[in-house]
Ligand binder design. Structure first.
Ligand code: 5RP
Length: 217
């Protein structure tokens, strides 16, 4: 099985958590498999809240109604991928640049089910460059602040988020205390969202593996 097969396996296993109502849907290649699988049980749900324009388009292609989070209230379930997870289900997200809306939908959901292939499980977060969404005029200032924290920020040149902002990918961070670093980076003026999901980690992690889906809680 290749990595994409393992992503599909995890995505299909997440269907067991879909019980009805409106569900939150993340972004990325693993979530694309989830959206395709969700289409096979779409009569079970009332619709979806999407975390990106890309996922919205895919959901609509499948005839799944996309709803505004302001109109739904709390969601029972959010399903999304990750770039890294540690054993406490604290995540790095934002490789696809959708981290801000992902963090909003995760915050508004009772249960966050993260789906990934098993290579995403790590002992310590930080080998994957940490995405930080920034207001354009603050790009250089925020980059200097991130250097003070020991990181090496690289501007994701040519990429604009769905919110009209920029992404700095921060290399060389040793993330010993994810929640503390999340709070610290959040506090830098001009930062919209940092891709550490530790203050609101996942509740369930489903990993695709050669032995079949593995669930961590
Ligand atoms: C997008 C994300 C994705 O969930 C993350 O990048 C994982 O992507 P993939 O499922 O393609 O490996 O955070 O902003």
């Amino acid at each position: 099985m290749n990595q994409d097969d393992l992503k599909r396996q995890a995505a299909e296993a997440a269907l067991d958590h879909v019980e009805g109502g409106v569900i939150g849907v993340g972004t990325g290649s693993t979530v694309n498999h989830f959206i395709d699988a969700l289409a096979t049980v779409k009569s079970r749900i009332e619709g979806a809240v999407s975390s990106s324009e890309a996922s919205t388009a895919r959901l609509r292609q499948h005839g799944i109604e996309v709803l505004d989070l302001n109109a739904t209230g709390e969601l029972s379930l959010y399903v999304d991928g990750a770039d890294e997870s540690n054993g406490r289900l604290e995540l790095i997200k934002g490789g696809g640049g959708a981290l801000t809306r992902e963090k909003i939908v995760a915050a508004a959901s009772r249960q966050f089910v993260c789906i990934a292939d098993e290579s995403k499980l790590v002992d310590r977060l930080g080998a994957f460059p940490l995405p930080v969404e920034v207001i354009p005029m603050a790009r250089s200032y925020v980059a200097r602040e991130l250097v003070q924290l020991g990181g090496t920020p690289v501007w994701r040149d040519g990429f604009v988020t769905d919110n009209g902002n920029l992404i700095l990918d921060v290399h060389n961070l040793q993330i010993e205390a994810p929640a503390e670093l999340e709070t610290r980076i959040n506090a830098i003026a001009g930062v919209v969202t940092v891709g550490i999901f530790a203050l609101r980690p996942a509740d369930v992690l489903i990993l695709g593996s050669a032995q079949g889906p593995r669930t961590l809680t």
